[in-house]
Write a protein that binds this ligand. Sequence first.
Ligand code: EPZ
Length: 417
Amino acid sequence: MKRFFIKGGKRLQGRVRINGAKNASLAILCATVLAQNEVILENVPMISDVLSMVEIINRLGCETVWEDVDVLRVSPPLQVDDMVPHRFFKKLRASNLLLGPLLARFGRAHIALPGGCNIGVRPMDLHFKGLTGLGAKVSLEHGYIRADSGRLHGAQVYLDFPSVGATENIMMAACLAEGQTVVENAAKEPEVVDLANFLNNMGAKVRGAGTDVVKIEGVSFLPGGVRYSVIPDRIEAGTFMVAAAATGGDVLLENVIPLHLEPLRAKLREANVEVEEEGDTLRVRVTRPLCSIDIKTMPYPGFPTDMQSQMMVLLSIIPGTSIIVENIFENRFMVVNELKRMGARVKVEGRMAVIEGVPGLQGTRVKTSDLRAGAALIVAGLVADGETVICNAHYIDRGYYRLEERLRELGADIRSV
Ligand code: EPZ
C-alpha cells in the first residue's frame, strides 16, 4: 500500500495551479452517455476516481481517448452493455450518477448499489424519489439497482435535503423527459451548476441551477458534439489554502474561482489568515497571530463538509477553543483519533467536535480512512514536529493529482513509497 513520508516544519511558499474539479468531472462524465455525438472535456484531472469512472463508461460502451494530460474525448455509446461487473461500481460511489442518464437515454439502468462508505450510510432515497416521479420503476435486487422506464415524463420533485447527487441524477434524467421537471430545494453546489452548464452546452434546457429551484424542459435528444472545460476544484484549492495557513506560509493559488471559495475564505479571514483575491488567483498568507473560530458544515453556500477535516488540523494548533459541527454526514470525524495520536486535543460529542489548540503536533505513523481525512493528515504532517508516515495513501490519490510533487514545489519535505 502507498505511504507518504513527511518531515514537518517547512513553511509552504510559492505558486500552485489548481486542477479541474473531481466532483464536477465525475458528474459530467456520467452525462456524456446522454449525448448523440462525441464531446471533448478539458481541465479533467487524471485522478484515480476519474480513471475509475472512465473505465466504467468504457465498459458501458463509450469510447474515450486522453488527448492530453487533462483533455478527454468521449464518444457516447449507441447502446449500453449493462452487465458491467459489480466490482467496478463498488470502487466508485459516484457511479450512482449513471442512473439518471442511462434511464433517460436507454430506458433502463442496471448498476450496483454503491455501498455506504466511511463517512456515512449515503442512502439514495431522494434519487429514487425523483426518478420514480419521472416515471421510472426502480427496484433493488441482489445489491443492484434495476431501473426501467418508457420515455420519462416531467415531474415536480421536492428534495427533503438539497442532495448534490440526487439533484444531478434528476437533472440529467429530466433533460430527455417529456415536458417540464421542477426540482425544489435543489443543491446549489458549483459542481451542480457546472453539470447544468455542460448539459445546456450539449443542447439541454436547464434553468435555475445554483438556486433552490431548477427547471428542466425535456428535449427529444442531445446532439452533444461540444468542447467543455470543467471548473477548478474548490476543495483541492481549499486544501492548499489550509496547508498554507497551517504552515504559516505564503502561497499563490492559480486557476481558481474565488466565489466558489467564499465560504472557506470567510472563515479563514475570521481566523486572521490573510486571503487576497487577484483575478483568478488567491494569495494566502499568515502575517499575524491566528485566532480560534467556530465552523458548521452546511450545503453550499455554507462551509463545505469536504473541507471540515482539513480545517480541524489548522484549528488544532491555534490557541483557544474552536468548535466544529458536522451537519452533512453522520460519521465524518474519523480523522480525530489519528490527530489525537499526533498530540491534538479534540473531544467529539455526536456531530460536534471541540478543539483545544495546542502549541504543535508530533509526527508519528497514522492511517487514513477516506480521501479528505487523508488530505487532513497531509496538512498535519506538514506542520508536525518530526516525521509523519501516512498509510493507505491511495485514498489521497483518488482526489488529488500529483499532490506530493506540487507540495514539494512549495517547499514541503514529502516523499512516497
Ligand atoms: C457529493 O456527495 C460529493 N461527491 C461529496 O464529496 C460531498 O461531500 C457531498 O456531495 C456533499 O457536498 C460527489 O459529488 C461525487 P449528498 P453526495 O447527496 O452527492 C443525505 C468528496 O470527498 N442523502 O449531497 O453523495 C446523505 O446521507 C465527496 O469529494 C440522503 O439522505 O452527497 C448525506 O447525509 C465525499 N438521501 C447528505 O444527504 C439521498 O438520497 C448529503 O449527501 C441522498 C443523500
